[in-house]
Design a protein around this ligand. Structure first.
Ligand code: GTP
Ligand code: MG
Length: 636
């Protein structure tokens, strides 16, 4: 069965509640204060069974300017609106404001009901009709039926019902296989049952016995009972007005504006990227970092508006913004929101959520704007690809992707499958449906090859690198499965050779006699140099050898423990260094301390070598420097 929700809208006292009663027989003004003052304050709920069999849920909203926040909560997520205008008063401020809000929230369809026609003559009625035609032109209601009615005499009510039936049949279906999400509009306690929350199920479905999570608090509870339009049900689906009796959560722990979901399906956020439309009727420009009221679902928060591509938005303009919120909210891409003034309370604008967990953006950054343009206008596939690309070499799982597009997990899965077939993305964990962008994968491959090449250069005498060692040289977030896949591919394509547990590039040779000869010559030269060993530059000059090669050999000999690198570019043969160390220890044992001139006596080398040697012994914690002297460190 199809589920369609109608919301009322319109100026105070124009007959919204009276019309709902004329249609359904139900007076939705339940509160004592509402009865006394004759106005609506809270949202009212009822339903109407249409001739076609569709059950039309009805949300009656208050018209008073003080309660526009309730009105926004009520019409967020409705399918149809009935804009109600009293024929004896015509268009009034909240008629326009409510119309603006419906436009900003992208209510798709609706009608205009001209009420109280029993109070006016034909002439006045025609005038009001003209006025209405004028305000709805250029809006989603421009071709909407305008139906004159009287709730007192019931004139026009049958016509209104048949028009509603027609509109309800045309309304789009909501997706029941999406994420279960219900913005809470009421919380109360029923004696003997406990906590009950109500709201409109925006998407997905929910059954008795399931565990749910309340966001942003994260409290979990169990669905004890479910009611749809006052009837107990086993399962509630998208598009239905739903009351949920919860077990395990105190009434006081939940408030209007919270969102009910299945556990761990959504994460609250305090920063979103969005495309903001600033209403033409606003009196001044909206400046960067302005703080305003922010309405989404049934939640009201405040947000600082960071304009990403300009200094100010003039009335009628739209632009990309980053909203930083004072409290966590729950949102999904493509959700609509409304911005209202924080000092003078009026509706200023609204827009669409593009990214619910963005990075903090630098302003005027062309790549940021480019990305946001794609999130705004791109296809589901393009948007998914962008999120996959941004997830980098770590990849992203299906569950996280589903929360970033306005598509059901099933649809996301089928798009991913197509992308895999085209070779745009790669599945790296079929269980969790984890994917990585192919460009990221290629880059990772390059990185692995570069690491191997560098390793060979540093250690030309080593046969290769162990697998785990290579993994530690790649970005941390590369997971084991991805790494194994990468190695498998590299070995398969013969870009890398695996030999005796070591990975190497196919061109890497260690056994060439030339290399071995050079290693021997370098070692001998350093040994001959004693405590004044030659540098790579000196050796290369003397032998007309490539200095790079000599440096690599020095590194290799250091790695092998034959030479000791005491500072960058200075290598001593271990034989000499050990000998010097012994001499130094003996000296210090008999003299307790040593000065630099005394050290020179022992070594007989120039400062160029002497100072690095002294510092080296400090560094390996053999000696301790005390002013101009050095002493032995007490060994444990
Ligand atoms: N004569 C006549 N009076 C009507 C009609 N519809 C509503 N009224 C009266 O107008 C007054 C306001 O009606 P409501 O239905 O409470 O108006 P509302 O739009 O719900 O007002 P708020 O919810 O406070 O914004 C009431 O006294 C109604 O009896 C109508 O068709 N004819
Ligand atoms: Mg009312």
């Amino acid at each position: 069965m199809k589920h369609v929700i109608l919301g009322t809208a319109g100026h105070i006292d124009h007959g919204k509640t009276a019309l709902v009663k004329a249609l359904t027989g139900v007076d939705t003004d339940r509160l004592k204060e509402e009865k006394e003052r004759g106005i609506t304050i809270e949202l009212g709920f009822t339903y109407l069974d249409l001739p076609s069999g569709i059950r039309l849920g009805i949300i009656d909203v208050p018209g008073h300017e003080k309660f526009v926040k309730h009105m926004v909560a009520g019409v967020w997520g409705i399918d149809l609106v009935a804009l109600i205008i009293a024929a004896d008063e015509g268009v009034m401020p909240q008629t326009k404001e409510h119309l603006d809000i419906c436009h900003l929230l992208r209510v798709k369809k609706g009608l205009v009901a001209l009420t109280k026609i029993d109070l006016v003559n034909q002439e006045l009625l025609d005038l009001v009709k003209e006025e209405v035609t004028e305000i709805v032109q250029n809006t989603f209601l421009k071709e909407a039926p305008i139906i004159p009615v009287s709730s007192t005499t019931a004139e026009g009510i049958p016509h209104l019902i048949s028009t509603l039936d027609h509109l309800a049949k045309e309304a789009g279906e909501k997706t029941a296989d999406g994420l279960c999400r219900l913005p809470i509009d009421r919380v109360f306690i029923i004696k003997g049952f406990g906590t009950v929350v109500t709201g409109t199920m925006i998407s997905g479905s929910l059954s008795v016995g399931e565990t749910v999570e309340i966001l942003p608090s994260g409290l979990e509870g169990k669905v004890r009972n479910l009611q749809v339009y006052n009837q107990p049900v086993e399962k509630a689906v998208a598009g239905q007005r739903t009351a949920i009796n919860l077990q395990g959560i105190e009434t006081s722990a939940i408030e209007r504006g919270d969102v009910l979901v299945r556990p761990h399906t959504l994460t609250p956020t305090q920063m979103i990227d969005a495309y903001l439309e600033y209403l033409p009727g606003s009196s001044r420009p909206l400046k960067h970092r302005n703080k305003q009221r922010f309405h989404i679902g049934t939640t009201l928060s405040t947000a600082s508006i960071f304009l990403l591509d300009r200094e100010e938005l003039t009335p009628g303009e739209s632009g990309f913004v980053q909203l930083r919120l004072d409290q966590p909210i729950v949102a999904l891409p493509q959700d609509r929101f409304v911005i209202r003034g924080s000092s003078t309370i009026q509706t200023l604008g609204g827009g669409v959520v593009l990214n619910t967990h963005p990075d903090k953006h630098k302003r005027y950054f062309s790549s940021v704007i480019q990305d946001l343009n794609l999130l705004k206008d791109g296809s589901g596939e393009q948007i998914l690809r962008q999120h996959i690309l941004h997830s980098g070499m770590g990849g992203i799982i299906l569950g996280d992707l589903s929360n970033r597009v306005e598509l059901s997990p099933k649809e996301v899965q089928s798009i991913l499958k197509k992308m895999m077939e085209k070779g745009d993305i790669l599945s790296i964990d079929s269980e969790r449906m984890k994917v990585i962008d192919i460009a990221q994968y290629q880059q990772l491959k390059e990185m692995a090859l570069i690491q191997l090449k560098e390793y060979h250069q540093r250690f030309p005498m080593k046969s290769g690198l162990a697998k785990e060692e290579l993994r530690t040289k790649l970005p941390m977030k590369v997971d084991v499965k991805l790494f194994q896949m990468l190695l498998h591919d590299l070995i398969q394509s013969k870009e890398v050779v695996l030999e005796k547990d070591k990975l190497r590039l196919p061109g890497h040779q260690i056994s060439s006699m030339g290399e071995k000869g050079l290693v021997k010559r370098v070692e001998e030269a350093v040994l001959k140099g004693g405590l004044q060993p030659p540098s790579s530059k000196e050796l290369s000059g003397e032998w007309s050898e490539d200095e790079e090669r000599i440096r690599a050999v020095l590194e290799h000999l250091d790695h092998e423990g034959v030479l000791v690198k005491i500072k960058s570019g200075m290598y001593f043969h271990r034989v000499h260094l050990d000998h010097l160390k012994e001499e130094l220890v003996n000296y210090l044992k008999s003299h307790q301390e040593i000065t630099t001139p005394q050290f020179k006596e022992i070594t007989k080398v120039s400062r160029k070598y002497m100072i690095p040697l002294l510092e080296y012994f400090d560094q390996i914690k053999l000696t301790l420097r005390l002013g101009e002297k050095r002493v032995l460190r007490s060994t444990p």
